[in-house]
Design a protein around this ligand. Sequence first.
Ligand code: NAD
Length: 508
Amino acid sequence: MRRLTDQQVDQIARRLAGNISGRGKGAASVSPLPRVGAGTPPGGTPCGGYVCAPVTAAGTVPSTTRTGDGVYATVDDCVQAATIAFHNLSEATLAKRTEIIAAIRSAMLKESENLARYVLQETGFGRYDHKVIKNRLVAEKTPGTEALRPETATGDHGLTLMEWAPFGVIGAITPTTNPTSTIICNTIGMVAAGNSVVFNVHPGAVECSMATVRLLNQVITSVGGPANLITAVGKPTIESAGELMHHPGVNLLVVTGGPGVVAAAMKSGKRAVGAGPGNPPVVVDETADIKKAGADIVFGAGFDNNIICVDEKEVFVVESVADDLVKAMVSAGAYLFDQVDMRRLEKEIFQENHGPRAHGVINKDLVGKDPAWIMARIGVKIADDTKLLIAEVAEDHPLVWTEQLMPVIPIVRVPDVNRGIALAREAEHGFGHSASMHSRNIDALSRMARVMNTSIFVKNGPIVSGLGAGGEGHTSFTIASPTGEGLTGPLSFSRQRRCVMVDHFRIV
Ligand code: NAD
């Protein structure tokens, strides 16, 4: 990896300081920002010419979080800077906002590989190639200002105009499983709607998240946008998340994570967009294209080693096609393990096993790890390029009822499609998040879509296609099922306002 020279770091710091102080590029008498990597081992990570915090030779990311470029020490400082940025953005034209979003898309596409590498180095979760796909997906398919279509009503009593207005400063809390893609996605949607943002990111993904925030600010100011439109608490904690949730300067909360953070946001007394956990089931019936179903499930459940909330987490297959489905999954790159290995793996997977039909507590060491790495924990050597681990289990096995976030997928045989749908509904726990079915029976497909009542329901494809990856439609990495926005976008971060002209301005 290329290392920036001290001189280059100073030049970048001077340029950034010029942007932050509003004096434009190349301002002469500004104090350089603290140098990244000073006193640290060689190997400061270059992010396409911008400065990311360094990664040591051992591959670990030291905590060298510095302030500047939108990163502040306290929630108060973040809110203050984001408030000024919000007012500056409000003064700018809609065309400028569109230009900012276009610049973010193009820069994040360029940085998608660097950021993917960075996330993997810091969190140890998932797969590099899939993280690149995630970063590109949000850069390309998160809706921007084009989503803010005004509405009108005209009639005998004149003209009413309805427009989408920003909330102001948004407090956003992001997960460790998709840190950079959630920040990029939230930023595009929130800024397109005219807001500024304060991020309190997951402490386990702080360095890659800060690198993303810095890049976003550099890009925004490089096209003349306000400094500090995106801010972040440099050393985030649960306490700082709580402070953000109750800060009087924050107008809207958007939280992405497990049940704890969603419940906390909803209790805060502020308006909250809550994107919570899932446990997406897939049902395969006897009419499905079994070969394709097997390949789709292996791809979907193996995507980024199953850490995405939409990834398939358990399979219910009609008995008459179960053997064929398992064969199809193995041909598509899955490894089928037996009951003896299952008993040994259970001890590794669960930190707390709460027994039949109950959500266990997973062992975080296994989250997002490669299948071969997981099997090695029990001394079994399998091919390094194995995409997924699968095992047949009884319907009450805790793996069916737990959001495991690792590429180990239970398969349950059911006598018929109705039993499959009923179990799928139960195993989803009413989260209303995601589900899928492989079938050519339109009655069964329609019934399951209705019964599941999920934000995303995919028919005959991997569930990631519901995020626009291999399926139609826009993307989001904040899927707000508990609060009802579904795949969030600029409209989820906007208030509708109306202006009424009585008796005039109708042209017909
Ligand atoms: P997590 O809940 O541990 O953390 C998410 C964020 O919330 C972090 O920033 C964390 O610091 C903060 N947090 C956690 N508990 C909190 C509390 N009580 N008060 C204030 N802040 C709190 O989740 P994670 O492990 O980072 O991510 C995985 C989980 O997130 C899974 O359950 C997954 O399904 C879910 N998720 C959902 C979506 C979605 O769009 N619905 C997207 C990604 C992840």
